[in-house]
Design a protein. Sequence first.
Length: 344
Amino acid sequence: MRQSGLILGIESSCDETGISIIRGAPDGTASVLVELVASQVALHEKYGGVVPELAAREHLRSLPLLCDEAFERAGISPHDLESIGVTTGPGLKGCLLMGVAYAQGLAEAAGLEVAGVHHIEGHLLTVELEHPQLRPPYLALIVSGAHTELVRIDGYRRYAVLVRTRDDAAGEAFDKSANLLGIPYPGGAQLAALADARGGSRFALPKVTREMHDFSFSGLKTAIALLIRRESGSAALTDELKAELAWSVQNAIVDAICFKAGRALKETGLPTLVVTGGVAANQELRRRLARLTGVKTLFPSPARCMDNGTMIAYAAWRQRLAGAASLIGEIRPRWPLSDLGLQN
Ligand code: KG4
Ligand code: ZN
Protein backbone atom coordinates (compact mmCIF):
# COMPACT_ATOMS: atom_id res chain seq x y z
CA MET A 1 0.00 0.00 0.00
CA ARG A 2 1.25 3.48 -0.88
CA GLN A 3 2.01 5.67 2.13
CA SER A 4 2.17 9.06 0.52
CA GLY A 5 -0.42 10.60 2.87
CA LEU A 6 -2.10 11.98 -0.25
CA ILE A 7 -5.88 11.75 0.00
CA LEU A 8 -8.45 12.75 -2.58
CA GLY A 9 -11.71 13.99 -1.02
CA ILE A 10 -14.96 13.91 -2.99
CA GLU A 11 -18.09 15.71 -1.80
CA SER A 12 -21.37 15.55 -3.74
CA SER A 13 -24.08 15.18 -1.11
CA CYS A 14 -26.15 18.20 -2.12
CA ASP A 15 -25.61 21.11 -4.51
CA GLU A 16 -21.85 21.56 -4.37
CA THR A 17 -19.28 19.37 -6.06
CA GLY A 18 -16.14 19.52 -3.95
CA ILE A 19 -12.79 18.00 -4.89
CA SER A 20 -9.67 18.39 -2.77
CA ILE A 21 -6.31 16.75 -2.42
CA ILE A 22 -4.61 16.92 0.95
CA ARG A 23 -1.40 15.53 2.38
CA GLY A 24 -2.04 14.04 5.80
CA ALA A 25 0.71 13.70 8.38
CA PRO A 26 0.94 10.95 11.03
CA ASP A 27 0.42 13.52 13.84
CA GLY A 28 -3.12 14.22 12.57
CA THR A 29 -2.29 17.49 10.83
CA ALA A 30 -2.75 17.93 7.09
CA SER A 31 -1.93 20.42 4.36
CA VAL A 32 -4.23 21.22 1.49
CA LEU A 33 -2.68 20.86 -1.97
CA VAL A 34 -5.72 21.80 -3.98
CA GLU A 35 -9.34 22.60 -3.19
CA LEU A 36 -11.97 23.04 -5.89
CA VAL A 37 -15.70 23.62 -5.47
CA ALA A 38 -18.30 23.88 -8.24
CA SER A 39 -21.47 25.46 -6.92
CA GLN A 40 -24.82 24.64 -8.51
CA VAL A 41 -26.62 27.67 -7.12
CA ALA A 42 -27.28 29.18 -10.56
CA LEU A 43 -28.78 25.88 -11.77
CA HIS A 44 -31.32 25.56 -8.94
CA GLU A 45 -32.08 29.23 -8.36
CA LYS A 46 -35.05 29.41 -10.71
CA TYR A 47 -36.72 26.47 -8.93
CA GLY A 48 -36.33 28.05 -5.49
CA GLY A 49 -34.50 24.99 -4.11
CA VAL A 50 -32.33 22.02 -5.01
CA VAL A 51 -33.85 19.73 -7.67
CA PRO A 52 -32.30 16.34 -6.81
CA GLU A 53 -32.23 14.92 -10.36
CA LEU A 54 -30.65 18.06 -11.81
CA ALA A 55 -28.15 18.13 -8.96
CA ALA A 56 -27.12 14.52 -9.57
CA ARG A 57 -26.68 15.12 -13.29
CA GLU A 58 -24.58 18.21 -12.63
CA HIS A 59 -22.32 16.27 -10.24
CA LEU A 60 -21.84 13.68 -12.96
CA ARG A 61 -20.70 16.45 -15.31
CA SER A 62 -18.49 18.30 -12.81
CA LEU A 63 -16.74 15.40 -11.08
CA PRO A 64 -14.35 14.40 -13.90
CA LEU A 65 -13.67 18.02 -14.84
CA LEU A 66 -12.79 19.04 -11.29
CA CYS A 67 -10.79 15.87 -10.64
CA ASP A 68 -8.66 16.29 -13.76
CA GLU A 69 -8.00 19.90 -12.83
CA ALA A 70 -7.15 18.95 -9.23
CA PHE A 71 -4.55 16.36 -10.29
CA GLU A 72 -3.07 18.79 -12.77
CA ARG A 73 -2.80 21.61 -10.25
CA ALA A 74 -1.37 19.33 -7.56
CA GLY A 75 1.10 17.90 -10.08
CA ILE A 76 0.25 14.30 -9.18
CA SER A 77 -1.59 11.36 -10.72
CA PRO A 78 -4.20 9.06 -9.11
CA HIS A 79 -1.41 6.50 -8.71
CA ASP A 80 0.32 8.79 -6.19
CA LEU A 81 -2.71 8.76 -3.86
CA GLU A 82 -2.82 6.73 -0.66
CA SER A 83 -6.60 6.66 -0.54
CA ILE A 84 -9.87 8.28 -1.62
CA GLY A 85 -12.54 9.56 0.74
CA VAL A 86 -16.08 10.13 -0.50
CA THR A 87 -19.25 11.31 1.23
CA THR A 88 -21.64 8.36 1.64
CA GLY A 89 -24.25 10.26 3.66
CA PRO A 90 -26.27 11.99 4.88
CA GLY A 91 -27.49 13.74 1.74
CA LEU A 92 -29.47 13.34 -1.47
CA LYS A 93 -29.36 9.76 -2.66
CA GLY A 94 -28.78 10.39 -6.36
CA CYS A 95 -26.09 12.96 -5.59
CA LEU A 96 -24.28 10.65 -3.17
CA LEU A 97 -24.40 7.87 -5.77
CA MET A 98 -22.63 10.04 -8.34
CA GLY A 99 -19.72 10.76 -6.01
CA VAL A 100 -19.44 7.16 -4.89
CA ALA A 101 -19.57 5.75 -8.43
CA TYR A 102 -16.91 8.19 -9.56
CA ALA A 103 -14.69 7.39 -6.56
CA GLN A 104 -15.03 3.68 -7.16
CA GLY A 105 -14.13 3.99 -10.84
CA LEU A 106 -11.04 6.02 -10.06
CA ALA A 107 -10.03 3.67 -7.26
CA GLU A 108 -10.44 0.63 -9.48
CA ALA A 109 -8.20 2.18 -12.14
CA ALA A 110 -5.49 3.22 -9.66
CA GLY A 111 -5.68 0.23 -7.30
CA LEU A 112 -6.87 2.21 -4.30
CA GLU A 113 -9.27 1.82 -1.39
CA VAL A 114 -12.25 4.12 -1.00
CA ALA A 115 -13.35 5.21 2.45
CA GLY A 116 -16.95 6.27 3.07
CA VAL A 117 -17.20 9.55 4.98
CA HIS A 118 -20.02 10.99 7.09
CA HIS A 119 -20.69 14.51 5.79
CA ILE A 120 -21.29 16.00 9.22
CA GLU A 121 -18.18 14.41 10.68
CA GLY A 122 -16.38 16.14 7.81
CA HIS A 123 -17.78 19.53 8.87
CA LEU A 124 -16.85 18.76 12.47
CA LEU A 125 -13.25 17.73 11.80
CA THR A 126 -12.65 20.80 9.61
CA VAL A 127 -12.18 22.76 12.81
CA GLU A 128 -9.49 20.32 14.02
CA LEU A 129 -7.81 20.59 10.60
CA GLU A 130 -7.68 24.37 10.83
CA HIS A 131 -6.88 24.51 14.57
CA PRO A 132 -4.47 21.62 15.19
CA GLN A 133 -3.98 22.75 18.80
CA LEU A 134 -7.65 21.99 19.57
CA ARG A 135 -8.06 19.07 21.98
CA PRO A 136 -11.24 17.35 23.16
CA PRO A 137 -13.34 17.57 25.18
CA TYR A 138 -15.24 20.41 23.56
CA LEU A 139 -18.75 21.36 22.55
CA ALA A 140 -19.51 21.43 18.83
CA LEU A 141 -22.32 23.43 17.31
CA ILE A 142 -23.22 22.09 13.86
CA VAL A 143 -25.40 24.52 11.92
CA SER A 144 -25.98 23.69 8.27
CA GLY A 145 -28.76 23.52 5.71
CA ALA A 146 -29.96 20.17 7.04
CA HIS A 147 -28.51 19.92 10.57
CA THR A 148 -28.62 21.87 13.79
CA GLU A 149 -27.03 20.02 16.68
CA LEU A 150 -25.00 20.58 19.80
CA VAL A 151 -22.60 17.71 20.25
CA ARG A 152 -20.25 16.85 23.08
CA ILE A 153 -16.93 15.70 21.61
CA ASP A 154 -14.86 13.56 23.95
CA GLY A 155 -12.42 12.37 21.31
CA TYR A 156 -12.34 10.99 17.79
CA ARG A 157 -15.62 9.09 17.21
CA ARG A 158 -16.76 9.79 20.75
CA TYR A 159 -19.69 12.03 19.95
CA ALA A 160 -22.77 12.57 22.11
CA VAL A 161 -25.58 14.58 20.54
CA LEU A 162 -26.99 16.75 23.37
CA VAL A 163 -29.43 19.01 21.51
CA ARG A 164 -30.98 18.57 18.07
CA THR A 165 -33.71 20.25 16.06
CA ARG A 166 -37.29 19.05 16.19
CA ASP A 167 -38.10 20.38 12.74
CA ASP A 168 -36.17 22.73 10.45
CA ALA A 169 -32.42 23.22 10.55
CA ALA A 170 -30.98 26.72 11.09
CA GLY A 171 -29.87 27.02 7.44
CA GLU A 172 -33.29 25.87 6.31
CA ALA A 173 -34.88 28.54 8.52
CA PHE A 174 -32.64 31.17 6.90
CA ASP A 175 -33.44 29.89 3.39
CA LYS A 176 -37.20 29.50 3.90
CA SER A 177 -37.48 32.98 5.47
CA ALA A 178 -35.41 34.40 2.61
CA ASN A 179 -37.82 32.77 0.18
CA LEU A 180 -40.79 34.41 1.93
CA LEU A 181 -38.98 37.74 1.63
CA GLY A 182 -38.48 37.20 -2.11
CA ILE A 183 -34.72 36.62 -1.83
CA PRO A 184 -33.55 33.98 -4.33
CA TYR A 185 -32.37 30.53 -3.22
CA PRO A 186 -30.31 29.64 -1.25
CA GLY A 187 -31.01 32.98 0.42
CA GLY A 188 -29.26 32.54 3.77
CA ALA A 189 -26.15 34.55 2.95
CA GLN A 190 -28.11 37.24 1.08
CA LEU A 191 -30.60 37.60 3.91
CA ALA A 192 -27.66 37.97 6.30
CA ALA A 193 -26.06 40.65 4.13
CA LEU A 194 -29.33 42.65 4.07
CA ALA A 195 -29.71 42.27 7.82
CA ASP A 196 -26.14 43.36 8.54
CA ALA A 197 -26.51 46.45 6.34
CA ARG A 198 -29.80 47.38 8.08
CA GLY A 199 -28.52 46.88 11.63
CA GLY A 200 -31.91 46.94 13.44
CA SER A 201 -35.67 46.54 13.13
CA ARG A 202 -38.97 47.66 14.65
CA PHE A 203 -40.21 44.06 14.62
CA ALA A 204 -39.44 41.54 17.30
CA LEU A 205 -40.13 37.91 16.47
CA PRO A 206 -41.16 35.74 19.44
CA LYS A 207 -38.40 33.89 21.30
CA VAL A 208 -40.35 30.70 20.99
CA THR A 209 -37.88 27.97 21.73
CA ARG A 210 -36.25 29.09 24.96
CA GLU A 211 -38.12 26.76 27.31
CA MET A 212 -37.62 23.76 25.04
CA HIS A 213 -34.54 21.58 25.29
CA ASP A 214 -34.27 21.12 21.52
CA PHE A 215 -34.12 23.64 18.71
CA SER A 216 -37.28 24.40 16.75
CA PHE A 217 -37.36 26.84 13.85
CA SER A 218 -40.61 25.98 12.08
CA GLY A 219 -42.63 28.60 14.02
CA LEU A 220 -40.41 31.29 12.57
CA LYS A 221 -41.75 30.79 9.04
CA THR A 222 -45.32 31.31 10.24
CA ALA A 223 -44.34 34.37 12.26
CA ILE A 224 -42.54 35.96 9.34
CA ALA A 225 -45.34 35.10 6.88
CA LEU A 226 -47.90 36.74 9.20
CA LEU A 227 -45.70 39.79 9.65
CA ILE A 228 -45.28 40.19 5.89
CA ARG A 229 -49.05 39.95 5.37
CA ARG A 230 -49.72 42.45 8.17
CA GLU A 231 -47.15 44.97 7.01
CA SER A 232 -47.49 44.88 3.25
CA GLY A 233 -50.77 43.07 2.51
CA SER A 234 -50.70 41.91 -1.08
CA ALA A 235 -48.33 44.70 -2.17
CA ALA A 236 -44.70 43.91 -2.91
CA LEU A 237 -42.33 44.37 -0.01
CA THR A 238 -40.38 47.62 -0.07
CA ASP A 239 -36.58 47.24 0.15
CA GLU A 240 -36.70 49.02 3.49
CA LEU A 241 -39.24 46.59 4.96
CA LYS A 242 -37.45 43.58 3.47
CA ALA A 243 -34.18 44.61 5.13
CA GLU A 244 -35.90 45.20 8.45
CA LEU A 245 -37.60 41.81 8.37
CA ALA A 246 -34.31 40.18 7.34
CA TRP A 247 -32.70 41.68 10.42
CA SER A 248 -35.51 40.31 12.63
CA VAL A 249 -35.16 36.81 11.12
CA GLN A 250 -31.40 36.74 11.54
CA ASN A 251 -31.70 38.07 15.07
CA ALA A 252 -34.28 35.42 16.02
CA ILE A 253 -32.21 32.53 14.61
CA VAL A 254 -28.93 33.77 16.06
CA ASP A 255 -30.59 34.44 19.40
CA ALA A 256 -31.99 30.88 19.60
CA ILE A 257 -28.62 29.34 18.67
CA CYS A 258 -26.65 31.46 21.13
CA PHE A 259 -29.11 30.83 23.94
CA LYS A 260 -28.97 27.05 23.55
CA ALA A 261 -25.23 26.96 22.99
CA GLY A 262 -24.71 29.12 26.09
CA ARG A 263 -26.93 26.87 28.16
CA ALA A 264 -25.19 23.69 26.95
CA LEU A 265 -21.79 25.21 27.74
CA LYS A 266 -22.96 26.04 31.24
CA GLU A 267 -24.47 22.61 31.79
CA THR A 268 -21.46 20.69 30.50
CA GLY A 269 -18.78 23.05 31.86
CA LEU A 270 -16.86 22.57 28.60
CA PRO A 271 -14.33 25.36 27.99
CA THR A 272 -14.36 25.38 24.18
CA LEU A 273 -17.07 25.84 21.59
CA VAL A 274 -16.45 24.79 18.00
CA VAL A 275 -18.89 26.04 15.35
CA THR A 276 -19.21 24.46 11.92
CA GLY A 277 -21.53 23.98 8.90
CA GLY A 278 -22.75 26.53 6.34
CA VAL A 279 -24.46 28.83 8.89
CA ALA A 280 -21.14 29.14 10.76
CA ALA A 281 -20.23 31.58 7.97
CA ASN A 282 -22.84 33.98 9.38
CA GLN A 283 -21.00 37.04 10.68
CA GLU A 284 -23.58 38.01 13.30
CA LEU A 285 -23.54 34.47 14.72
CA ARG A 286 -19.73 34.55 14.82
CA ARG A 287 -19.78 37.94 16.60
CA ARG A 288 -22.41 36.92 19.15
CA LEU A 289 -20.86 33.54 19.96
CA ALA A 290 -17.40 35.06 20.29
CA ARG A 291 -18.86 37.29 23.02
CA LEU A 292 -19.72 34.33 25.29
CA THR A 293 -17.62 34.86 28.35
CA GLY A 294 -15.17 32.33 29.72
CA VAL A 295 -15.33 30.21 26.57
CA LYS A 296 -12.92 29.87 23.69
CA THR A 297 -14.82 29.87 20.39
CA LEU A 298 -13.36 28.44 17.19
CA PHE A 299 -14.72 28.54 13.64
CA PRO A 300 -13.43 27.24 10.30
CA SER A 301 -12.53 29.93 7.76
CA PRO A 302 -15.79 31.15 6.14
CA ALA A 303 -15.17 29.35 2.81
CA ARG A 304 -14.64 26.00 4.61
CA CYS A 305 -17.93 26.39 6.50
CA MET A 306 -19.64 25.51 3.23
CA ASP A 307 -19.52 22.03 1.69
CA ASN A 308 -16.10 21.17 0.28
CA GLY A 309 -13.87 18.21 -0.58
CA THR A 310 -11.19 19.11 1.97
CA MET A 311 -13.37 18.18 4.92
CA ILE A 312 -14.07 14.80 3.32
CA ALA A 313 -10.39 14.14 2.54
CA TYR A 314 -9.41 15.10 6.09
CA ALA A 315 -12.13 12.93 7.67
CA ALA A 316 -10.86 10.02 5.54
CA TRP A 317 -7.31 10.70 6.73
CA ARG A 318 -8.45 10.64 10.36
CA GLN A 319 -10.19 7.32 9.70
CA ARG A 320 -6.91 5.89 8.45
CA LEU A 321 -4.98 7.17 11.45
CA ALA A 322 -7.55 5.68 13.82
CA GLY A 323 -7.57 2.38 11.95
CA ALA A 324 -11.27 2.99 11.45
CA ALA A 325 -11.35 3.24 7.66
CA SER A 326 -14.85 2.25 6.62
CA LEU A 327 -14.58 0.68 3.23
CA ILE A 328 -17.47 1.74 1.16
CA GLY A 329 -20.61 -0.20 1.88
CA GLU A 330 -24.00 1.32 1.32
CA ILE A 331 -25.03 4.91 0.76
CA ARG A 332 -26.86 6.36 3.74
CA PRO A 333 -29.05 9.36 2.81
CA ARG A 334 -30.16 9.45 6.46
CA TRP A 335 -27.34 8.77 8.85
CA PRO A 336 -27.40 10.10 12.42
CA LEU A 337 -24.02 11.26 13.72
CA SER A 338 -24.73 9.22 16.85
CA ASP A 339 -24.34 6.04 14.73
CA LEU A 340 -20.64 6.74 14.35
CA GLY A 341 -18.50 5.06 16.92
CA LEU A 342 -15.21 3.24 17.19
CA GLN A 343 -15.56 -0.48 17.12
CA ASN A 344 -13.12 -1.06 19.97
O1 KG4 B 1 -23.08 23.08 5.21
P1 KG4 B 1 -23.77 23.61 4.01
O2 KG4 B 1 -22.92 24.17 2.89
O3 KG4 B 1 -24.68 22.52 3.37
C1 KG4 B 1 -25.28 21.53 4.15
O4 KG4 B 1 -24.61 20.56 4.52
O5 KG4 B 1 -26.49 21.74 4.44
O6 KG4 B 1 -24.79 24.71 4.50
C2 KG4 B 1 -25.62 25.42 3.63
C3 KG4 B 1 -26.55 26.32 4.45
C4 KG4 B 1 -27.63 26.95 3.58
O7 KG4 B 1 -28.87 26.81 4.24
C5 KG4 B 1 -27.19 28.40 3.50
O8 KG4 B 1 -28.24 29.31 3.30
C6 KG4 B 1 -26.56 28.60 4.85
O9 KG4 B 1 -25.83 27.40 5.06
N1 KG4 B 1 -25.66 29.77 4.89
C7 KG4 B 1 -25.87 30.87 5.64
C8 KG4 B 1 -24.80 31.75 5.37
N2 KG4 B 1 -23.98 31.17 4.46
C9 KG4 B 1 -24.52 29.95 4.19
N3 KG4 B 1 -26.85 31.15 6.51
C10 KG4 B 1 -26.77 32.34 7.14
N4 KG4 B 1 -25.79 33.25 6.94
C11 KG4 B 1 -24.80 33.01 6.07
N5 KG4 B 1 -23.83 33.90 5.88
ZN1 ZN C 1 -22.75 20.50 4.71
